[in-house]
Write a protein that binds this ligand. Structure first.
Ligand SMILES: [Zn+2]
Ligand SMILES: [Zn+2]
Length: 349
């Protein structure tokens, strides 16, 4: 089978490797599509401690069940599936509650385990046991299925934010994740959705696909002033910081309404993860600040439901597609920020 092998920073090669057989407790999946995530880009250019080359990355996976290992029940060959990225130890306090993303010793598909940038992928026995395989409705196309993982992370964030009918929602960062947040906020009844980005191109693209958003460039306009203008000086009910910029998190604090909710969706640079925060704003305005990391099965289920019922049109998030052979081009295209999501189609699978 063909696989895109990550060989170290900046090096990825299509290799012919031996087709894998599922061992006891494992499931073999035929991959049809795998979308490129921001972390795939970072791994490609800089490597990552959990990814030991040579390795197959990719965790936004869409495929079908190909073969079941000994003892596995409940799946049929041909069934469309995706796989929940976080595989928990199954023993720690959070795993026992099914919150695998906060496991003490998590292992991830596409990082620790080989991922979806290949014709076939093994779902490891611990993931099969942890119920990480999600069967998805047949009406979903493979590129739509590949959107379930990123959408599930946004759903995890918005679960904390409790977006209500009539809320004003500000999203900082108009990339694919920002656009997914906009769609979810709209589905929850947000009245006004304002997106900021420092790239006019990204804002135009967001506006062209999600016509209801108001957009502004925060390298040209004062974000806090703009939000105050748009909200009668009340501030925004919900602010989602979907970019890794310290100053944006600080500004979120300055434009939040009473009883406002803020999500720090993106991590900050490891060498400077600090921000200055006026604690009295949190106190007097009853503001809540939430962190969020990855997602769990229930968020995947919700994402699949929103897409299959048409409440969210996942096709709108996909702007580019490349065959496996052109994966490096796909990664470069995603990095350029000219489009939203890039899907790698595994042709011939
Ligand atoms: Zn992802
Ligand atoms: Zn655990």
């Amino acid at each position: 089978m063909r696989a895109a092998m990550f060989l170290g920073p900046g090096k990825m090669e299509i290799q012919e490797v031996e087709k894998i057989k599922p061992k006891k407790g494992e499931v073999l999946m035929k991959v049809h599509a795998c979308a490129v995530c921001g972390t795939d880009i970072r791994i490609f250019y800089h490597g990552q401690k959990n990814v030991v080359p040579p390795h197959i990355t990719g965790h936004e996976i869409a495929g079908v069940i190909e073969e079941l290992g000994q003892g596995v029940k409940g799946y049929k060959p041909g069934q469309k599936v995706t796989v929940v990225t976080c595989v928990g130890c199954g023993k720690c306090r959070f795993c026992k509650k099914g919150i695998y993303n906060l496991c003490d010793t998590p292992r991830y598909i596409g990082y620790y385990y080989p991922g979806g940038f290949a014709e076939y992928m093994i779902v490891p026995a611990e993931a099969v046991q942890g119920n990480n395989i999600l069967k998805v409705p047949n009406n979903l196309g493979f590129s739509e299925i590949a959107m379930i993982e990123p959408l599930s992370c946004c759903i995890n964030a918005q679960e904390y934010l409790n977006i209500q009918k009539g809320d004003t929602v500000v999203i900082i960062g108009a990339g694919p994740i920002g656009c997914m947040h906009a769609e979810l906020a709209k589905a929850s009844g947000a009245k006004k959705i304002v997106m900021f980005d420092i790239s006019d191109n990204r804002l135009e693209l967001a506006k062209s696909r999600f016509e209801y958003v108001l957009t502004a460039n925060n390298s040209k306009e004062d974000m806090v002033k703009k939000v105050m203008e748009l909200t009668n000086n009340e501030g925004a009910d919900v602010i989602i910081v979907a970019c890794p910029v310290n100053a944006c998190q600080e500004q979120a604090m300055q434009m939040v309404a009473k009883k406002g909710r803020i999500s720090f969706f993106g991590g900050l640079p490891k060498d400077n993860p600090y921000i200055k925060l006026d604690s009295n704003i949190v106190h007097y305005k009853e503001v809540s600040i939430f962190g969020v990391f990855a997602s769990n099965r229930k968020h995947y289920e919700e994402a699949a439901k929103l897409i299959s019922t048409g409440k969210i049109n996942a096709k709108k998030f996909v702007t580019d597609a490349f065959p496996l052979e052109k994966i490096v081009e796909g990664i470069e295209t995603t990095k350029s920020g000219k489009g939203l999501k890039t899907v790698i189609s595994i042709v011939g699978a």
